[in-house]
Structures are given as structure tokens and as C-alpha cells.
Design a protein around this ligand. Structure first.
Ligand SMILES: Nc1ncnc2c1ncn2[C@@H]1O[C@H](COP(=O)(O)OP(=O)(O)OP(=O)(O)O)[C@@H](O)[C@H]1O
Length: 251
């Protein structure tokens, strides 16, 4: 077995209802180590709800979640995060008035157990958090903007900064929620290229509507519809899948 065969995160029979509405319906899915696994599906398919369940931001009504084979269904979001699962959100979560480096540094410092509000005391871990922040900026190709105010970045670079902030928690598994939403074609291309460089280093689960991004960089794709799995496979399998074409591409 190679390390890429190792299943880092898996859900089995996962369900979530809101009132009478079953939004995730006995869904089973697994994510392999170091792979980029995209989740596709029409609006309301249950993609974001699946993310919320995997990070335990909400609790399932049924089913189990396993992290490295052990049952984490009842763990808190904090405990899940401490075991290496981190998430970037659809809505921008960076502080616009802070410098680019400080945004990442705050995340690095907090993830290492420090309180960013007392950083001027130069508590233990300050220098390490700073080095980690700089490494995250480098990985996301943002080093040249480190001292700039975040509000001066293009929207595309702000989205990359959000990923840098996510990486500052030193996760093994990252969940990206529509990383190219609202970006121009050029910005989308840049974000796509940078995400591609994270493959292999991290296990990535990505909700994304942009079909060319998904097809170009994904190792695996799951298409969801009405809370269930409509199809799973590599980009070529999904492109050629008739029920996906009918349900999702409308042809
Ligand atoms: N907290 C909630 N309370 C009630 N209904 C909810 C809640 N969260 C999501 N839903 C409903 O669950 C369904 C699935 O929503 P979800 O956001 O998971 O879909 P999605 O596939 O991520 O869609 P999109 O692509 O539009 O983001 C929708 O009908 C939504 O209105």
C-alpha cells in the first residue's frame, strides 16, 4: 500500500436533516492521503453541509466520520482541528486592515496555543510563529506582499491569503470552499496553479463550481445531488458520465 492509498478522512452513511428537509442523505465518501478531491454539484446539493459535518461545525443525525481510521463523529470542532483538519471559508475571513504577514502570523500563533492579544510580551513561540507565517506566505506565492496592508491586495491574492491563514494551523487535511468564487479568469488561473502546488503535500478537499479548475487539477471528483453521491471518479470518468451530464450539465 502506498501512502496515497491511505484514507485520511471518511464518512459512512452520513445524514443531516434541517426540519423535514434531508440535506445530506446516507452519504459515504472517502478521501485519500495527498490527493485533491473536488466536490461538485448544483446549488443546494449539500456540499457546504458536508463540509460543516466533516469539521463538526454541525453534528450529523446519522452515520460516522473517521479520521485516520478512528471514529471522530462525536469530537468537537476544536479537537478535529487539533487533529489536522483546517478549513477556509467561502466568505472572506481575513482582517483587511492588518498586514498580510500579520494575518498569517495571528493564525500561526493562535494555532500554537498563543494568545495574539498578548504578543508584545514576546511569549514563547513568537519567533516560531513568525517563521511559520513566512513559510506559508512563500508556499502561496505571497512573500512579495508580506508587509502590505491586506486591503491593498487584489481579491484573488486575498483568497490565496485565506489559504495561507488556513495552512498556518499546520493541517494535514485542508477543506477549500469555492476558492475561485468571484475571481476574474486571470485570478482564477493563478489560484488554480497555486492550489495545484499544494497537492501531495496536503490532502485537499475542494468545493468548486468552476469546471475547468476542477477538471484540470483534481485527482478525484465526487458529484453530489440532493444530498447523495451521483458519481465518483477521476476527471475523465466524470466528464464521460451520462447521469452527471444530464443532472448537472443539463445536457
Ligand atoms: N442551517 C440550516 N438550516 C436550514 N437549512 C439549511 C441550513 N444549512 C443549509 N440548509 C439547506 O440545505 C440545503 C443544502 O445547502 P448547502 O449549503 O449544503 O448546499 P450547497 O451544495 O453547498 O449549495 P451552494 O452551491 O449553493 O453553496 C439547502 O436547501 C439549504 O437551504
Amino acid at each position: 500500500m502506498t501512502s496515497q492509498d491511505h484514507i485520511v478522512l471518511a464518512a459512512d452513511g452520513l445524514s443531516k436533516r434541517f426540519g423535514g428537509n434531508t440535506v445530506v442523505d446516507r452519504l459515504s465518501i472517502s478521501f485519500a492521503n495527498g490527493r485533491l478531491h473536488s466536490i461538485l454539484g448544483p446549488n443546494g446539493a449539500g456540499k457546504t453541509t458536508l463540509f460543516n459535518l466533516l469539521t463538526k461545525d454541525i453534528s450529523p443525525d446519522g452515520g460516522t466520520i473517521r479520521l485516520d481510521g478512528s471514529d471522530v463523529t462525536r469530537l468537537s470542532p476544536d479537537r478535529i482541528a487539533r487533529r489536522g483538519v483546517a478549513r477556509s471559508y467561502q466568505i472572506s475571513s481575513v482582517y483587511l486592515d492588518m498586514s498580510v504577514r500579520d494575518n498569517v502570523w495571528v493564525s500561526a500563533y493562535r494555532a500554537r496555543g498563543g494568545n495574539p492579544l498578548v504578543f508584545w510580551r514576546k511569549a514563547d513561540g513568537y519567533a516560531e510563529a513568525r517563521a511559520l507565517a513566512d513559510a506559508c506566505l512563500e508556499r502561496l506565492d505571497l512573500t512579495r506582499f508580506a508587509n502590505a496592508a491586506t486591503k491593498e491586495l487584489s481579491y484573488g491574492d486575498q483568497r490565496l491569503l485565506e489559504i495561507a491563514v488556513t495552512l498556518a494551523a499546520e493541517p494535514r487535511i485542508i477543506l477549500l470552499d469555492e476558492p475561485t468564487a468571484g475571481l476574474s479568469r486571470k485570478e482564477t488561473e493563478r489560484v488554480k496553479q497555486v492550489i495545484a502546488t499544494l497537492k501531495g503535500v496536503f490532502s485537499i478537499i475542494m468545493i468548486e463550481h468552476n469546471m475547468s479548475v476542477v477538471m484540470d487539477i483534481s485527482d478525484n471528483i465526487t458529484v453530489m445531488n440532493r444530498g447523495t453521491v451521483l458519481a465518483q471518479g477521476g476527471p475523465d470518468d466524470i466528464r464521460g458520465n451520462k447521469s452527471v451530464q444530464e443532472a448537472y450539465f443539463g445536457s
